[in-house]
Design a protein around this ligand. Structure first.
Ligand SMILES: [Zn+2]
Length: 481
């Protein structure tokens, strides 16, 4: 597969490996006072071939042929480019030689960040060579503009106040932006209603507003006020009762947005938006145009330009929507847009998976999703089930010694599985080429562990006796670790 890279010290480092390295480097610096650097990261096939040829000619360091599955510096390695060579900022050899404080720190702590100090296992020991064992295939984080920046780029002023007001009353930001665009563009000004008080009266101030409302209550035609262009006199009365100041943009928008929320009645379908727009302004064509603008804002807010082709992120969203539709029975549109409908469907799926139901498909959701795809079971439901024992918190504590950084919560997700598999690989002969999912080969490794440490007598088949021994091991580790 094609990987994405981060540049560290001039070297290509796969995104997830880079993230783990930076975390380790930060802690290394705290512990030793030296900064940690990359001497070599990902190599092309040809670069690795050069190293190998040098080594063959007796000139260079130990180097594998680029076709070797253990050549983890190579971008075409079947498990991906996972190796880093490191050095530190000290004047002496530091982490590049064994037996000093800094190299000892790396050897002792690398696994916490998912690195294996694999160079210690080489026929010519290379303390500088480490290999990442975690999940790779991360995406480069391109900083997205904030919502307020998107509004501003779309021509609205007072954008941070728009965001704040919409969020305060729970109005979809795309709808809020479209309303403001159709009203004053965010400017705190009087409107141009024919014959209205303060017609074209410029900036709304407290003094002007007080004079304005006096005129309106005295019988003069009203006029739009502020960013939401509140006009109907009864609304001003209501605002004052609620302690909202019509001349203050935040209060003004909160009130206007609150009206939209009421008019929408909890729906954000096209028809609901059209209808709410019509009620907001009293004019059907307003609703039609509002809907067009809402759709434009949705696209802008989803991080793409209205006129440009769908971005990669939207393709990913579309594929998730397809999954939710076909595999989870969600009646949602596959359009690549992360809207309220999709977010609600994601929340339901998250609840099923047992992760935080926030509607945002992030790392935790993705990890649980992968477990579901592999096992067909919710990681929550299977928490006690892959092993067929009631509690696995002791096994999670073991996993935590091998790189699992999540909670000890009896939910057997991919992180617990990875840490536990690593424990079995390192101590009980579970082969390196096996994945982290529980199967017969892993049961055989577990059986070796249980025979050696927990008094299990029996074969590799997970029957009641083996499960009893596993429970005993789990409970003891839960207590002691
Ligand atoms: Zn290396």
């Amino acid at each position: 597969m094609a990987y994405e890279y981060t540049n560290i010290d001039g070297h290509r480092v796969e995104v997830n490996v880079a993230k783990a390295f930076r975390e380790m480097a930060a802690d290394f610096q705290k512990a030793t006072g030296y900064s940690l650097h990359v001497s070599d990261g990902t190599r092309t096939w040809d670069e690795q071939l050069d190293f190998w040829e040098d080594y063959q000619a007796g000139k260079g360091n130990l180097a594998l042929h680029p076709s070797s599955p253990l050549a983890y510096h190579v971008e075409t390695n079947p498990s991906g480019p996972r190796a880093l060579d490191i050095h530190d900022s000290g004047d002496d050899a530091g982490v590049t030689v064994a037996g000093n404080v800094r190299s000892h720190w790396i050897k002792a702590n690398a696994s916490k960040y998912g690195f294996d100090p694999a160079g210690y296992g080489f026929s010519q020991v290379e303390p500088w060579h480490i290999e990442y064992r975690g999940q790779i295939g991360g995406k480069v984080d391109t900083p997205k503009p904030s919502a307020a920046q998107v509004l501003e780029a779309g021509g609205l002023v007072n954008s941070t106040i728009i965001v704040k007001a919409a969020s305060a009353v729970g109005l979809d930001l795309a709808i809020a932006a479209a309303v403001i665009q159709k009203e004053s563009g965010g400017r705190n000004v009087f409107g141009h209603d024919a014959g209205g008080a303060y017609h074209g009266g410029g900036e709304v101030t407290e003094a002007k507003y007080k004079d304005f409302i006096k005129q309106v209550r005295g019988g003069k035609t009203s006029n739009g006020v502020g960013p939401a262009q509140i006009t109907w006199p009864a609304f001003f009365d209501e605002m004052e009762k609620a302690g909202l100041k019509p001349w203050v943009p935040l209060d003004n928008m909160k009130y206007g947005f609150r009206l939209m929320v009421d008019y929408l009645g909890g729906k954000t379908t096209d028809a609901a938006i059209r209808n709410a727009g019509k009620r907001y302004n009293g004019n059907a064509s307003y609703g039609d145009d509002l809907l067009v603008k809402v759709k434009e804002w949705r696209q802008r807010l989803a991080g793409r330009n209205v006129s440009s082709a769908p971005a990669q992120g939207d393709e990913r969203m579309a594929s998730r929507q397809r999954f939710l539709r076909h595999d989870r029975g969600e009646d949602i549109t596959v359009d690549g847009w992360d809207g309220p409908e999709t977010q609600a469907a994601v929340k339901r799926y998250q609840t099923f998976l047992g992760v935080t139901a926030d509607g945002i498909w992030g790392d935790a959701t993705e990890a649980a999703h992968l477990v579901f795809k592999q096992t067909g079971k919710s990681p929550k439901v299977s928490s006690s089930n892959p092993f067929g024992i009631v509690n696995v918190e002791g096994l999670q504590k073991i996993a935590a010694l091998y790189g699992y950084t999540g909670r000890i919560d009896n939910i057997w997700g991919s992180g617990s599985a990875a840490g536990f598999a690593k424990f079995l690989r390192g101590n009980h002969g579970y082969p390196a080429n096996q994945n982290d999912v529980l199967g017969p080969v892993m049961w055989a490794a577990i059986a070796r562990w249980l025979r050696g440490r927990w008094g299990y007598v029996g074969n590799d088949v997970p029957g009641p006796v083996m499960r009893a021994a596993l429970t005993k091991a789990n409970d003891a580790n839960k207590r002691e670790l």
